[in-house]
Ligand binder design. Structure first.
Ligand SMILES: [Zn+2]
Length: 248
């Protein structure tokens, strides 16, 4: 069983970005102080590492997606009992999304498992498990890199809850990196839904990421989504800013 700690992830799990959620600030440090220090570091990094010619590129808030599950009511019933509802654990940055209190164990090939994988609400019309490549290696499966919602070629997993287990033959994907934004931001940035773009991450290991899918919906706030492998590779955490470099 694996329950990796210390990876960049949803804030309640990694603690690295606890400053953004004072009620969950494990370190006991004054959260506003930590936030100010982080902002200052990010500003300094940007100044040092951004060529003068690129200094006016817009910045996009970064959200790091730890492994998680989107679930149908049917599967929730099978795992947690008939008529179960998702209980809210924490509001996510996107206004309609929340982390649920419910977590499950996911089991891949040869009984290799990861515990405490969080379900994100609200209920969906399909079951989808989003993993980082590192998680897939632990589980012994080989999921495709797909846009969220596309389960073509998705890998099989068994989900185990307190009331039962469910085998899902096509559920696991590695989500493509993407930016959520409302139409108003898309207009400012000169992009359309489905466009691919580039961003620069100013972490410990500055990196340019390409093929970032633009996804537009007026109920969303501007936010770049990377998985834990992508964030850890650059030394970035939730709440940092990525530099938008335009369309591919
Ligand atoms: Zn996303």
């Amino acid at each position: 069983m694996v329950n990796q700690k210390g990876l960049a992830s949803y804030c309640q799990e990694c603690g690295a970005c606890a400053a953004r959620f004072p009620d969950q600030n494990a370190s006991g440090m004054d959260s506003r102080f930590v936030e100010t220090v982080v902002e200052e570091i990010v500003r300094t990094l940007k100044k040092d590492q951004t060529p003068a010619s690129a200094s006016f590129n817009p910045m996009v808030p970064l959200g790091v997606s730890n492994r998680h599950i989107h679930i149908t009511q049917q599967t929730l019933d099978n795992l947690f009992g008939e008529g179960s509802v998702l209980d809210k654990y924490r509001q996510l940055y996107q206004p309609n999304d929340f982390a649920a209190k419910q977590t499950v164990t996911i089991v891949g090939a040869k009984m290799r498992a990861i515990q405490s994988v969080r379900i994100l609400g609200p209920i969906r019309q399909y079951d989808q498990v989003e993993l980082a490549k590192t998680d897939a290696i632990v589980l012994g499966i080989n999921p495709p890199v797909n846009d969220s919602g596309n389960l073509d070629g998705a890998a099989p997993l068994t989900l185990v809850g307190p009331a039962g287990s469910v085998y899902l033959p096509h559920c696991a994907i590695i989500a493509s990196r993407h930016i959520h934004m409302p139409g108003s931001d898309a207009e400012k940035l000169g992009v359309k839904d489905g466009d691919l773009c580039r961003v620069r991450l100013h972490g410990d290991k500055p990196t340019v990421y390409e093929n970032i899918r633009i996804r537009i919906n007026d109920s969303w706030k501007l936010q770049l989504h990377l998985d834990t492998d992508e964030a850890n590779a650059t030394g970035t955490i939730c709440g940092m800013q990525a530099e938008f470099l335009g369309k591919m």
